[in-house]
Design a protein around this ligand. Structure first.
Ligand SMILES: *Cc1c(COP(=O)(O)O)cnc(C)c1O
Length: 370
């Protein structure tokens, strides 16, 4: 079986982990935390980085820190992970879902403005699978309507938009370091901002809102969202390898595109736009609506040939958890609905070998020729 993702930990990971064990720094105190935060902030070109336990709580921290008035509407792509809508709802705001662009699978920018109301306060920008969203028109809308931008860059380590790092846009941005992301700490996340106040607020929320006045006296309820020194040790080692990681991800993407180019009708990831080259966080395939089977069946057939796959995200406007709370009901967003049912991705983890790429491509060529 070729798994959909296997992480590559062949830099200084082992050395730094041994350092944690030998020095006894294994909790959220320890030198790797600050080092990872500083290195990552410098890499993304943000003033502050706050390491947290995963990318989902990074979004929670971002929205709680922004402190939008209850009932504020927040625009987000329907085609994303539940963590995005969950953070909006948990911060007392209302998610407003917009359909995807059929080429990039990112939020369809042309549909944003019509969804802005007197209650809209923010746009959650999520860069999906490999290409960043087109930030210039989004920033223009944010300016025109006085909206905050939150940037979920969980899939975009090292990616740039017109030469500027993803994760450096908007009031606050977030990353995930889950093992299938370009940089991993096992579990982990980061919140980044240039604002001293937002950074302070996130640090406080991350650490139970302790007050400097008297330890164990709290003015507010916070969370334990701390990252451990062990996780940060992995992060520091991984970040040292980011240039190699980006090159290799792009190489895997290019190779798949060559090997799969002549399958009729199947949509491959877009290699580039006018503002960025894909980093192929995952290599997604989308079947046409008239395909003789859907993604579930394609994944089953590939599984029989020993190829691991994952389905695409399921749209926010089709989430029972959100419907139950009264959000995003009775909406039709055809692009998101189509790619959720006919899209899936194939192995593209960093430990994938060139031979495995050939094996996967041969299997895809066999299964998707109809
Ligand atoms: C992975 C991911 C997250 C969540 O990160 P976790 O670390 O798994 O909690 C959030 N947003 C996007 C776009 C992601 O891809």
């Amino acid at each position: 079986m070729i798994p959909v993702n296997t992480p590559l930990l062949d830099g200084n990971e082992k050395k730094y982990l041994i350092e944690c064990v030998e020095t006894g720094w294994i909790s959220s105190e320890g030198p790797f935390i600050t080092r990872f935060e500083q290195d990552f902030a410098a890499y993304v070109q943000r003033k502050h980085a706050i390491a947290v336990s995963n990318g989902s709580v990074a979004l929670d921290a971002a929205f709680l820190a922004l402190d939008l008035e209850p009932g504020s509407e927040v625009i987000l792509p329907s085609f994303t992970i539940i963590s995005c809508a969950a953070a909006i709802v948990r911060a007392g705001c209302v998610p407003v879902a917009v359909d995807a662009d059929p080429d990039t699978w990112n939020i369809d920018i042309a549909q944003i403005e019509s969804r802005i109301t007197a209650k809209t306060r923010a746009i959650l920008v999520v860069h999906i699978y490999g290409l960043p969203c087109d930030m210039d028109p989004i920033e223009a809308l944010a300016q025109k309507y006085n909206l905050q931008i939150v940037e979920d860059a969980a899939e975009m380590h090292g990616q740039t938009y017109r030469g500027r790092r993803c994760g450096s846009f908007g009031a606050i941005s977030t990353f995930s370091f889950y093992p299938n992301k370009l940089i991993t700490t096992g579990e982990g996340g980061m919140v980044l901002t240039d604002s001293d106040e937002l950074a302070e607020r996130c640090r406080s929320l991350r650490n139970l809102c302790f007050t400097p006045r008297r330890r164990f006296v709290h003015d507010e309820l916070g969370y334990n969202w701390r990252m451990t020194n062990i996780q940060a040790a992995l992060g520091v080692a991984q970040l040292e390898r980011i240039d190699f990681i980006l090159d290799r991800k792009r190489e895997i993407g290019r190779r798949y595109t060559e090997l799969l180019a002549d399958i009729p009708n199947v949509r491959l990831p877009l290699a580039r736009t006018s503002y960025a080259d894909s980093i192929y966080w995952v290599y997604g395939l989308v079947l046409p609506p008239d395909a003789p089977f859907d993604a579930t069946e394609a994944m089953r057939r590939l599984g029989e040939l020993g190829i691991g796959t994952r389905p695409f995200f399921w749209p926010m406007h089709e989430q029972p958890a959100l419907h139950k709370l009264g959000y995003l009901q009775d909406q039709q967003l055809p692009v998101s609905e189509h790619i959720a049912r006919y899209g899936f991705y194939i192995p593209s983890g960093l430990a994938l070998t060139n031979e495995e790429i050939e094996v996967v491509a041969a299997a895809v060529n066999k299964v998707l020729r109809f």
